[in-house]
Design a protein around this ligand. Structure first.
Ligand code: SAM
Length: 273
């Protein structure tokens, strides 16, 4: 192993066959592995007959531990950084350690592999030349609505992570912020036994997932087509304005102004949730 190097290693998001030969090689040779959950990573390593010293590194202790880990790298040790699944730092801990190592002038080297966002994009069939990764939406309904409204006119494809207990609420909130006709894809349990990839409009997807408890289980990536230049974008912007103005004005005035400002039909705005 290269002394003094921090190797950032992607691990599978389900199918263990996705752990690359190079990842196995690096994980088997480093002096220690910084892991989000040491029990989880110990299990993964033991599936491959590996055993290495593990250091817990999660969002609650990363700031406190980064300095000590940088010292270990400085002294010539090689370390790996992994998260529970997929690519570290992508909605996962690690950026503080990586930043500290880089600031100390140490080598930080990736061992790329699975990431749920990219896996989902690769099968979604939505434009992927430009996309915006939004990660997890806020848990609270009000903050979630605000975030979505701010994204309503975004032309790039949008990528969200979601958990089983919020998937129906989030699809509902997306249909309301972006309009129920916006095309989207719900990618569930990718690379696992019950993998499903559903496509349709946001309104259809919400109904389908709500009606089928099996479609509410597991881990999800939701991909939403970006707002077009046309009617879609005008409607999304009109809905956003209607909600902002509606907080201060009577609905009819808010709908009239939002329609004038956005070019969306007033009828499509008035009374929208
Ligand atoms: N670092 C990981 C990556 O590179 O994808 C993501 C970690 S984040 C804490 C976990 C979220 O990723 C899940 O809640 C889900 O939204 C998504 N995810 C992870 N594995 C998945 C899978 N097999 N299928 C669908 N989504 C998945």
């Amino acid at each position: 192993m290269n002394p003094g190097t921090l190797h950032v290693v992607a691990t599978p998001i389900g199918n263990l066959g996705d752990l690359s030969p190079r990842a196995l090689d690096v994980l088997g040779k480093v002096d220690a592995i910084c892991a989000e959950d040491t029990r989880h990573t110990r299990q993964l390593l033991s599936r491959f007959g590996l055993e290495r010293p593990l250091v817990a590194l999660h969002e609650h202790n990363e700031d406190a531990h980064a300095g000590g880990l940088v010292e270990r790298l400085r002294s010539g040790e090689s370390l790996a950084l992994v998260s529970d699944a997929g690519t570290p730092l992508v909605s996962d801990p690690g950026y503080r350690l990586v930043r500290a190592a880089r600031q100390a002038g140490l080598r930080v080297s990736p061992v790329p592999g699975a990431s749920a966002a990219i896996a989902a994009l690769s099968v979604a069939g939505l434009a992927s030349d430009r996309f915006a990764f939004e990660g997890f939406l806020p848990a609270k309904a009000g903050a979630r609505r605000e975030r979505l409204q701010a994204l309503a006119a975004e032309p790039r494809t949008l990528v969200f992570y979601e958990s089983s207990h919020r998937i129906v609420d989030s699809l509902e909130a997306m249909a309301s912020a972006f309009g129920p006709d916006r095309p989207a894809v719900v990618a569930r349990e990718l690379t696992k036994l019950f993998e499903t990839v559903l496509d349709g409009s946001l309104g259809e997807l919400r109904q389908r997932v709500e009606a089928d408890p099996n479609q509410q289980k597991g881990e999800f990536v939701v991909i939403v087509e970006g707002a077009g230049d046309d009617a879609d974008a005008r409607l999304a912007e009109g809905l956003r304005l209607y909600r902002v103005l509606g907080a201060h004005l009577p609905p009819s005035t808010a709908a009239k102004l939002a329609a004038e400002l956005s070019g969306a039909p007033r009828k499509a705005l008035y009374g929208a949730e």
